[in-house]
Ligand binder design. Structure first.
Ligand SMILES: [Mg+2]
Length: 357
């Protein structure tokens, strides 16, 4: 038996170095909820709910309330069979998957720590090395130039440029990144800011300037499956991947994306679906030959490192977008397994996630 003695939830805040701006909104601070559990032997586990109200509609208040309610009823429960235990709690977090992710994360952290296993071991046999991209947020041309030069010097090899607000400025920002980091790969994320037609026009304009992104993420609004399909079919001929983020929030969405051939890649995030469903989404997408990205909301080193464990263990994520700690100030910005170039090395990890103890 592995029994929970007590659990609790609290709000955490951290300042950002710059506002994290995307086409549909922005984060000015990290404002999340941490969940912690303690097992009967004294071993602890920690989880994080990253609340992105402008993306998911979830709120910090509701997330805190749901996690406090879960804390009150999980004491005394046996988590040895963690999959069925977590399955039994899913219903309590309907519509609040950031809270579900935090709950699962804390249980998995404690469970693996109690067995002295790094978290990645429940997802695979080796800890594959991971290298994250870095995000160039929506902003001025000057900001894009300064950030791209800084991150290029720092050693990043892949840039994810947020676009979808202003065609001409976005083109100039992409060119500025290309100039600052000529050999780096370029990913575009429109966060639903384009129509299918806008997307193809944007890519054609870049192509005429000899810039070809490797992947375009969520070009159109999330319910525009026809638009996604159209962009995917057209860009497939140009060897450019089209990745669903906001359109795929669940296993059911992933199954739809596979059946309809709507995209060629999926961005998997714990905060959209919880952890075990994220794993299931990744397995379905890979089985169908799609590429995978591991992504995150505005997460501190706790949730970012937990996501890195899954990606490292599964070894099937070609794109790694786990860069939010670089936008944070203070202790929550430090992961023990992430260097300043975006490289994760979890082969050194001890028990659990290894961030809080
Ligand atoms: Mg995205």
């Amino acid at each position: 038996m592995i029994v929970i003695r007590r659990a609790s939830a609290r709000v955490v805040e951290a300042p950002l170095t710059v506002p994290f701006r995307i086409a549909t909104g922005q984060h000015n601070t990290l404002h999340n909820v941490f969940f912690s559990i303690e097992l009967s032997g004294g071993i602890k586990g920690f989880g994080e709910a990253a609340v992105a109200t402008h993306i998911t509609g979830e709120t910090v208040d509701q997330t805190l309330k749901n996690l406090k309610e879960a804390a009150a009823v999980c004491a005394g429960e046996d988590v040895a069979d963690y999959r069925s235990f977590l399955q039994g709690f899913r219903e309590k977090f309907a519509g609040n998957h950031a809270a579900l992710a935090a709950f699962e994360m804390a249980v998995l952290d404690a469970w693996t720590r109690s067995l002295k296993l790094p978290l990645w071991k429940i997802f695979g046999e080796t800890a594959h090395p991971l290298r994250s991209d870095i995000t160039i947020v929506i902003g001025s041309l000057e900001e894009a130039k300064v950030s791209a030069a800084l991150y290029s010097r720092q050693g990043f090899k892949a840039f994810k440029i947020k676009v979808g607000k202003d065609h001409d400025l976005d083109i100039a920002r992409v060119l500025a990144v290309k100039k600052a980091a000529p050999r780096a790969s370029i990913i575009l994320d429109a966060n639903q800011g384009f129509s299918a037609k806008d997307t193809l026009k944007f890519i054609a304009a870049l192509r005429s300037l000899k810039v070809i992104p490797v992947l375009v993420e969520q070009p159109v609004v999330r319910d525009d499956w026809d638009g996604l399909k159209k962009v995917t079919q057209s860009l497939r001929r140009q060897n450019i991947l089209v990745c669903a983020d906001e359109s795929v929030k669940s296993l059911a969405d992933a199954v739809r994306a596979v059946r309809e051939g709507a995209v060629s890649a999926i961005n998997v995030k714990f905060m959209k679906s919880g952890i075990l469903e994220a794993e299931a989404i990744a397995r379905v997408a890979r089985a169908a030959g799609m590429e995978l990205m591991i992504g995150a909301m505005m997460e501190s080193s706790l949730a970012i490192t937990a996501a890195a464990h899954m990606a490292a263990g599964m070894g099937c994520f070609r794109f790694v977008d786990l860069d939010t700690t670089y936008f944070l100030k203070g202790p929550l910005s430090k992961s023990p397994y992430l260097d300043d170039k975006g490289c994760f090395d979890l082969s050194r990890a001890g028990g659990g996630i290894g961030v809080l103890s």
